[in-house]
Design a protein around this ligand. Structure first.
Ligand code: AMP
Ligand code: ZN
Length: 486
């Protein structure tokens, strides 16, 4: 490894040298989606960011075990034990099994991740597949005196924990401060303290997803699954724990408390958080009603959009901003990204045809060093992209006969573009992206069939007409739907 890698640690609030516990092995846990609806563009931003991190660590020679869970039970509508289970609520509305909801949105999530060219994680464990581990962890926390049982539910005792530990450390807040700023939330009559949270929740008779436990029939609290699954697959201590920055105050703070209470250790050395994708400055979120789906971008089917954008343009748009900065969505920004992406890819496509000279006007080694330096500085993809634009300027100059490049520098340039543009940024040329077109269309056609099945003919027509407008004719028959280019 040429230079040291520095990553920003939310816990210490500074950049720290990356020193894995067990190099060359690296353990990385990223909180995955709650599969009760389609992943919106904001969710995709977080997973594209961790894909970049996964890809770069792999390039550096680390053997990364990347665990990204699927939340398929226990995530209530509110972050703090309030409301219904999100998946069960959707299942009741649609009059289907909760697992049908889980299956539908897990498949959809994987499709979108593949279309956006994110690499699959090494393990994708589910909350419902790890109920036993969650029960065991709850028993451990109870045995160590950091939790208490009331009427079939088990709660974590935050004030007791804070006597020896710093509960608000990740968020940089003192307990008194948190206590003063917390409303009374779900299960309050049973909880000893305002900040206490549920490890296990007693199920009401009508609750759909429930399991037997030493405390009666119930289900795990949302924060518990990540502690149990990271423990199981990465051990009591591993290197990176990540997610969106919105997970810091509650989900990750509680996860740390659970792990420390059960195992005496903060599970991760580096806590990494991506900033939010915003629309007009407001976080994109399903509950705020300002979210839209990646497939709407691919088809252009959303009133906010002037036109459709290819998956690789969407990926490039995300990577042009550093993962710790907010990224505001706008048509102008998307159009600029489309142009920038095309400029880079056109240059990349010219590479194989470039002619070499005896002398060279360019020095690729210094650019290559800059690329590593950018990524070693907390995965600074916008600075990396600026270096790649410099490469595209060189490629165009050589192509136009305005600059000379020798054999050695051309080989270095080809290697650099392959390494950083393709392997690290995960961008594919338009031609290669076009190979994905049938997959993208099949994906959109499936969404339309689902809309039709649930008698949402307005959406089904919108998709058909939208595809027609951008040059694709759908034909419905008994065998299903086919498309042709018009
Ligand atoms: P959820 O399915 O709501 O649990 O979210 C899945 C992941 O997406 C979490 O890591 C969130 O922090 C992240 N996330 C949610 N909204 C946004 C957003 N607007 N921008 C970036 N990441 C987000
Ligand atoms: Zn989590």
């Amino acid at each position: 490894m040429k230079q040291k890698l520095f990553v920003y640690n939310t816990l210490s609030r500074k950049k720290e040298e990356f020193i894995p516990l067990n190099a060359p092995h690296v353990g990385m846990y990223v909180c995955g989606p709650t599969v009760y609806s389609d992943a919106h563009l904001g969710n995709c931003r977080t997973y594209i960011s961790f894909d970049l991190i996964f890809r770069y660590l792999t390039l550096l020679g680390y053997k990364v075990r990347y665990v990204r869970n699927i939340t398929d039970a226990g995530h209530l509508e509110g972050d703090a034990d309030e409301g219904e289970d999100k998946i069960a609520k959707k299942a009741k509305l649609a009059q289907v099994e909760p697992m049908e909801i889980v299956q539908k949105y897990t498949v959809g999530f994987r499709d979108v991740m593949r279309i956006l060219n994110t690499l699959p994680p090494s393990i994708e464990p589910t909350a419902t597949g790890h109920i036993i581990e969650q029960i065991e962890l709850t028993k451990e926390i109870l045995a160590r005196g950091y939790a208490y049982e009331v009427n079939g539910s088990v709660y974590f005792d935050v004030e007791k924990y804070n006597k020896t530990q710093d509960y608000g450390a990740l968020n940089g807040r003192h307990l008194e401060d948190l206590l003063n700023n917390t409303r009374n939330l779900g299960g309050q009559d049973e909880k000893r303290g305002k900040l206490d949270f549920a490890l296990w929740i007693k199920a009401k008779p009508e609750h759909l997803m429930k399991w037997p436990s030493p405390w009666g029939v119930g289900f795990p609290g949302w924060h518990l699954e990540c502690s149990a699954m990271s423990n199981k697959y990465l051990g009591h201590q591993f290197d990176i724990h990540g997610g969106g920055i919105d997970l810091v105050p509650t989900h990750h703070t509680n996860e740390i408390a659970q792990n420390v209470a059960a195992c005496g250790k903060n599970p991760a050395t580096y806590w990494m958080h991506t900033n939010m994708l915003t629309v007009n400055g407001t976080k994109m979120s399903k509950s705020l009603g300002n979210s839209f789906l990646p497939e709407e971008l691919f088809s252009g089917e959303n009133d906010i959009l002037n036109k459709p954008y290819s998956p690789m343009t969407v990926r490039f748009f995300m990577l042009q901003t550093h993962y710790r900065s907010t990224l505001d969505f706008s048509n102008d920004a998307m159009e600029a990204s489309e142009k920038g992406f095309k400029r880079l890819m056109n240059a990349y496509d010219l590479l194989p045809g470039l002619k070499t000279s005896a002398q060279s006007d360019v020095d690729i080694e210094s650019i290559s060093n800059n690329c590593y330096a950018a990524m070693n500085d907390d995965f600074n993809s916008p600075v990396l992209i600026a270096e790649l634009f410099e490469c595209s300027r060189i490629i165009n100059s050589v192509h136009d006969g305005k600059a000379k490049i020798d054999e050695q520098n051309l080989e270095a340039l080809k290697k650099l573009m392959q390494t950083f543009l393709v392997d690290v940024l995960g961008l594919k040329s338009e031609a290669a992206a076009n190979d994905e077109l049938p997959n993208v269309l099949d994906f959109i056609i499936n969404l339309r069939s689902e809309a039709k099945k649930s008698q949402d003919y307005a959406t089904s027509d919108k998709i058909r007409i939208g595809l027609q407008q951008i040059g694709f004719q759908l034909k419905d028959s008994k065998e299903g739907t086919t498309w042709t280019k018009i």
